[in-house]
Structure formats: structure tokens, C-alpha cells
Design a protein. Structure first.
Ligand code: SAH
Ligand code: SF4
Ligand code: F3S
Length: 440
């Protein structure tokens, strides 16, 4: 049996695609291995959102090539989709290149490469090519499942490569999503994540499965329909501010199993920069959403993404971002330095914030966020949170899992609790996780 090693970079869409890649390969007679040194085939599922992510790929392929062995090397994901055939020239030793919508055809590419059938490239972008099936054997967790509901992006934010690497938005049928969730529940899955580049832009071709449900948008109706399956917990990510309607919060308030966590990337606290990024909303509109979320009795945790050093960002613009972070009180924020991506509109703009200045802004924002975050997280002290037990440590009796607000929670307990939802009283708060004791 040929062994395949698969390494994943990038976002949850790639993690989800990798689950499908592994499941397909295993079904077709390959053995997945976590040990790269024994693999006959090495596949990289790649990300190109920032230059750094791409560099990592070049380093990793170089590493495999110089290891003395000669495994088949495949490049999949966003870099594959963008570069296509040119990757054979850019990186030596690559055998196949499969784009973001060719996941379902991975076994054929591996087979052909193993029999030495030349270089294979498949970056077709037919809408019906995306494989929506939720992997049933090779998921990252037996209790948590990623369910893609929308794939691709039509927003074309000026800095972003994703609309080019993932193609146009397509939404999966609501009826199928709901039946997948119901099926996962029967198989013992406790938590589903409805995923997509922008989940709240969800727009299926028909409203089959959403009839008679409350809500102004198909996404809100879909939330209500999945909630009605009775699955324990539903999380969703990522939300796009421009399309975020307050009825999403109404749905969360009506259904206990719609979790109290919203990831709402803002990118910048300056209207001027937001315009340059073509995000399609103002800070004022964003604050209105934050205020609605904060007014909810559900204690909704809010997280975000921010870019510092976008072309033309002045010290004053940056101050606006610092102020925004202070105002919003995020439970967590991913902060990035702007990275010019060839082919995007912002690539044509002058990258005029120096690398040193980007670093200064990055570090300052990180410091402010850490302070705000530590303060915010104190509200969990003494509170009881519901935790889905997802992992245990081999050495001692410590267990770990996520709360409904998507915080990592660590506590002492019995391994038999794996897969259960338990109550933990929080007694210590760290930047990235909570600690507590099990309530009997
Ligand atoms: N669809 C999501 C984001 C997907 S990409 C949204 O619009 O909210 C994930 C994050 O990567 C983005 O939110 C952004 O903060 C960051 N990002 C995207 N392109 C980038 C670039 N060129 N340089 C730096 N960060 C970038
Ligand atoms: Fe990129 Fe903007 Fe689409 Fe998000 S919404 S994936 S940032 S283009
Ligand atoms: Fe990266 Fe592609 Fe996701 S570029 S962030 S893996 S959609």
C-alpha cells in the first residue's frame, strides 16, 4: 500500500479540503501517514494569502527534494490554482498541480504520477467541480465537523488574492447542508462549523429547505434550519461585515445551539483605508453591528482580522485602528502586516509603509489587543462554561476542549469524557486559553 503524507497551510477551507483529500485517498487504497520520511507521495495543500505562506511552500518542497528520497510531490490548494503549470518551472521536483476545485480528482493524479505519467496539471474551475461532501473518516476531530456552505469570493477586496485562487462564490444547497448536519448528529458529531470565505453572503439557487423560516437572508434561515436539526452546537465562520444583518443575532438569541461566537474581520479602523481596501462599509456601520452583538444577553464573543500597513495608511489611520480595538473589546484578533499580492489591485498601489514601520505598528497593535483581551477575558472568571471535550494529554489527566464562545478550556478530568459536553468553572484566564475545574 502506497503511503501519502499531506501537509496543510492556510485557512479552515484548506483544512476542510484536506479532510476530503485524505478521505478520498484512503477510500482509493492509499495509506495516510503522519511521517513524511516514509511517504511515497508528499502533498502540500497550499495558501497564497500572504507572501510568507508561499515562501514556506518553497522551503518545504526544497526540504523534501534534498532528503535523498524521491517521493512523488503534489501541490494542491490556492498556490496550485493560481500558478498552474508555471509551478513546474518555479519549483523543481513537482509531479502534479491540482487546483482548489479538483480535490475530488486527487487519486487519479497520484496514481498517474506514481506510474511516471509525466507532469499533471488540473486547475479547471467549473462551478460544479467543488466537492462538498463532509469527510466521514479523516476529519480533524471525531466530534467536530467542518461543513462548507459557500465556496469562493466575489468581494475583490483590493489586497486579497482569494477571489482569484478560489473563484466565484457558489453556495451549496440548503436542503443538502441540513441533511448533512442531521446525519453528522446521528453519527455522534457534537459540533459543526458552517464554513466559507464569507458565510453570511450565502445565496443558494433555490430556497428549498428554507421555506417558512424567519430571517431576512438565506444565511439566517440556514442558521435556523440547522439549529432545528437538534445538533448540540453550531459555529460559523467567517462573517463579512457588509452583509452582516442583525437578524443573525436574533437567530442566535432564539437558539441555544447557535454558539455565542462571531468572527467579524474589520481590517482597519479608518474609513479612508477601508475605502482603499474596497470593503464596502464604514466604521460607523461596523460599530452598529458590534453594539447589537454587545447588547445581546448571550455574551457573544467577537473576534477579528486586522491588516496594518496597507498602502497609504498614515499614522493617523493607524491611531483609528488602535482606537477601534479599544472600543470593540475583541476576545481575540489576528493581526497581519500588509503583504502585496501580484495580480490584486492593491499590488499596483505604492507599498509605501516601510517594513520597519509595519513592524512597529504590528507590535503596538498586538500589545494593545493583548491588554484589551486580558481585560475582556476576566469576565469569564468564576463563570461556568460548557466545554466539548476534544482532547486529552497522554501524560496526565488533563483534558482540553472548546467553549461555546470558542475559547480553549483546560481542566482535569477523566478520558472517558472525550466527546462529551461538560460544565467547567473558570478559575484562571490566560491570553489564549481558560483554565478551570469540572463541575460535578
Ligand atoms: N473572507 C474573510 C477573510 C479571508 S482571508 C474576510 O473578508 O473577512 C483571511 C485574512 O487574511 C483577512 O481577513 C485579512 O486580514 C488577511 N489578508 C488577506 N490578504 C492579505 C494581504 N494581502 N496582506 C495581509 N493580510 C491579508
Ligand atoms: Fe478576501 Fe475580501 Fe473575499 Fe475576504 S471578502 S476573502 S478579504 S476578497
Ligand atoms: Fe489561504 Fe486560500 Fe484560505 S489563500 S487563506 S488557503 S482560501
Amino acid at each position: 500500500m502506497k503511503k501519502v503524507y499531506l501537509e496543510t497551510f492556510g485557512c479552515q477551507m484548506n483544512v476542510s479540503d484536506s479532510e476530503r483529500i485524505s478521505t478520498t485517498l484512503a477510500k482509493d487504497g492509499f495509506e495516510m501517514t503522519a511521517d513524511e520520511t516514509v511517504a511515497d507521495v508528499v502533498i502540500f495543500n497550499t495558501c497564497s494569502v500572504r507572501e510568507k505562506a508561499e515562501h514556506k511552500l518553497f522551503t518545504r518542497v526544497g526540504h523534501v527534494r534534498h532528503s535523498g528520497r524521491k517521493p512523488v510531490v503534489g501541490i494542491m490548494g490556492c498556490v496550485a490554482q493560481l500558478e498552474g503549470e508555471t509551478l513546474f518551472k518555479k519549483i523543481q521536483g513537482v509531479d502534479f498541480v491540482l487546483g482548489t476545485r479538483a480535490v475530488g480528482r486527487v487519486s487519479a493524479a497520484v496514481d498517474a504520477s506514481l506510474s511516471g505519467n509525466g507532469k499533471i496539471v488540473d486547475v479547471g474551475e467549473r462551478d460544479d467541480d467543488y466537492d462538498w461532501t463532509v469527510a466521514d473518516t479523516h476529519r480533524h476531530s471525531p466530534y467536530v465537523a467542518f461543513v462548507p456552505i459557500i465556496e469562493g469570493c466575489n468581494k475583490f477586496c483590493t489586497y486579497c488574492i482569494v477571489p482569484f485562487s478560489r473563484g466565484r462564490e457558489i453556495s451549496f444547497s440548503a436542503k443538502n447542508i441540513v441533511s448533512q448536519v442531521a446525519d453528522l448528529r446521528l453519527k455522534g458529531v457534537r459540533e459543526v462549523h458552517l464554513i466559507g470565505q464569507n458565510v453570511n453572503s450565502y445565496k443558494p439557487e433555490s430556497d428549498e429547505g428554507l421555506e417558512r423560516l424567519e430571517g431576512k437572508s438565506a444565511f439566517t434561515k440556514l442558521l435556523r434550519a440547522t439549529a432545528a436539526t437538534g445538533i448540540d452546537r453550531i459555529k460559523f465562520t467567517t462573517s463579512f461585515p457588509r452583509d452582516f444583518r442583525s437578524d443573525i443575532v436574533d437567530a442566535i438569541e432564539d437558539h441555544e445551539n447557535l454558539c455565542n461566537w462571531v468572527h467579524l474581520p474589520v481590517q482597519s479602523g479608518s474609513d479612508r483605508v477601508l475605502r482603499g481596501m474596497k470593503r464596502g462599509h464604514t466604521i460607523d456601520k461596523y460599530f452598529k453591528i458590534i453594539d447589537r452583538l454587545r447588547s445581546s444577553p448571550r455574551d457573544i464573543s467577537i473576534t477579528t482580522d486586522i491588516i496594518v500597513g496597507f498602502p497609504g495608511e498614515t499614522e493617523e489611520d493607524f491611531r483609528d485602528t488602535v482606537e477601534l480595538v479599544e472600543y470593540c473589546g475583541y476576545d481575540m484578533a489576528y493581526i497581519f502586516k500588509y503583504s502585496p499580492r501580484p495580480g490584486t489591485p492593491a499590488f499596483e498601489m505604492e507599498d509605501d509603509v516601510s517594513p520597519a514601520e509595519k513592524t512597529i505598528r504590528f507590535l503596538e497593535l498586538e500589545r494593545v489587543q493583548r491588554r484589551v483581551q486580558n481585560e475582556r477575558l476576566k469576565r469569564y472568571l468564576g463563570k461556568t462554561v460548557k466545554v466539548l471535550v476534544e482532547g486529552s494529554s497522554a501524560r496526565n489527566d488533563s483534558l482540553t476542549g472548546h467553549s461555546t464562545c470558542h475559547k480553549v478550556v483546560n481542566f482535569v478530568g477523566n478520558k472517558e469524557m472525550l466527546g462529551e459536553i461538560v460544565e467547567v468553572e473558570v478559575n484562571e484566564v490566560k491570553s489564549n486559553s481558560l483554565f478551570g475545574v469540572l463541575k460535578q
